[in-house]
Design a protein around this ligand. Sequence first.
Ligand SMILES: Nc1ncnc2c1ncn2[C@@H]1O[C@H](COP(=O)(O)OP(=O)(O)OP(=O)(O)O)[C@@H](O)[C@H]1O
Ligand SMILES: [Mg+2]
Length: 348
Amino acid sequence: MVDKAKIVCKNIWKIFGDNPSRILSNLDQSLSRSEIQENTGHVVAVKDVSFSIQKGETFVVMGLSGSGKSTLVRCLSRLIEPTAGEILIDEANIINISSNELTQMRRHKMSMVFQHFGLFPHRKVIENISYGLEIRGSNRSERMDRAMEVLKLVGLDGWENNYPRELSGGMQQRVGLARALAVDPEILIFDEPFSALDPLIRREMQDELLNIQKLVKKTMVFITHDFLEAIKMGDHIAIMKDGEISQIGTPEEIVANPADQYVKDFTEDVPKYKVLSAGKVMREAVGVNTKKLFKDRQHCVLESDKIDQLIDLISETDTPVPVTSANGKKLVGEIDRTIVMKAMSSRS
Ligand SMILES: Nc1ncnc2c1ncn2[C@@H]1O[C@H](COP(=O)(O)OP(=O)(O)OP(=O)(O)O)[C@@H](O)[C@H]1O
Ligand SMILES: [Mg+2]
C-alpha cells in the first residue's frame, strides 16, 4: 500500500477484572466470553483485535451492544489501557509513552464526539466550542476566531451566545462536532454520535458529516450499532461480536460476501443495489453483441458504477451492456436486466 497507516492496532486485548494479566496468560481460548466470566469473574471486552486505518479514511466499528466497540476505541487514546497489544499512531507505539506525551497527543492529535454530547451546560455555545483551544493555552481572540470559523462550518451561525439547553439535540451535537473540529485534530473519534437523535435529524447529521469530511479529510473512527449508518459513513467497516472482529472490509465487500451468519443478518435489510457495483454482479462471459458494443464504445458502464446508477440505462436496453475496467479500456464482463433485478431483490 502506498499510503502509510495512520493508526495500527496489533493484537489488542482488554480484560476487565482484578487480575487481567493473569487471566490472559492462562486463558483457555476454547472458552466463550460468558464461560470465562462465569469461571473467573473477568470480562474479555476486546479479544485479540488487529486492524489498520489509513490516513483520511472513515473507519467504522459496528456491532451489537456489549460487543466491545467503546472499549476498543477508547484504547486508541488510552482512555482505557489495553491489557495487551500494540497501538501505533503515525508508526509510533503509544503504549509506553509518558503521561505528559499522552496528554499532548490527546490535546493535539485527537478529538472525541460522544453520544450524549458532553457539553458544559454553563458555558455558551462559543465557549464550549473553544474549550480545547483554551486548555491548549491559545489567546482569547485566536480562540474566538477559530470557534466562529467552525461554528459556521457546522451550520450554527447566530447561535454562538446561546446555552446548550436552548438548542435541540441535533444542534447540540453540532456543537459537539464543532468543539472536536476546533482544535484541528488529525484523528476524530465518534462514539455513536447520532444514536440519540430522531431519524430525520440523524440522516441530516450523517450527510453534514460526510460533507464536512470532504473538506477536512481527517482520519475518522466512527462507532455505531446501525449497519445502514455504517455503510453510509464508512470507507471500511469492522464488525465486532463478543469482543472479536468478525469481518473487516469495504461496505461493498461486506454486503457482497458476509463472513458469517452474524454479519449476514446485518446485511439483510440493506438495499443492495445502492452498495453493490456492476463489477460485483456482472457476468464475466460476454456475448458477441457485447463485444461489438464495447468496440463501438456504446452503452458501456464502469465496473465501479453502483447498480443504483445503472437502472435507467438497463431498463431501456434490451440486450446486455458491456462492463469495462475503471479506466474504460478493458472489457471485463456484461450486465443485463435480469442481473440488475436480482441485485435489487432483497434475497440476492
Ligand atoms: N469498566 C468496565 N468494567 C467491567 N466491564 C466493563 C467495563 N466497561 C465495559 N465492560 C464490559 O465490556 C463489554 C464491552 O463493553 P463496551 O462498552 O465496549 O461495548 P459497546 O459495544 O460499546 O456497547 P454499547 O453499544 O452498549 O455502547 C461489556 O460486556 C461490558 O459490560
Ligand atoms: Mg459503547
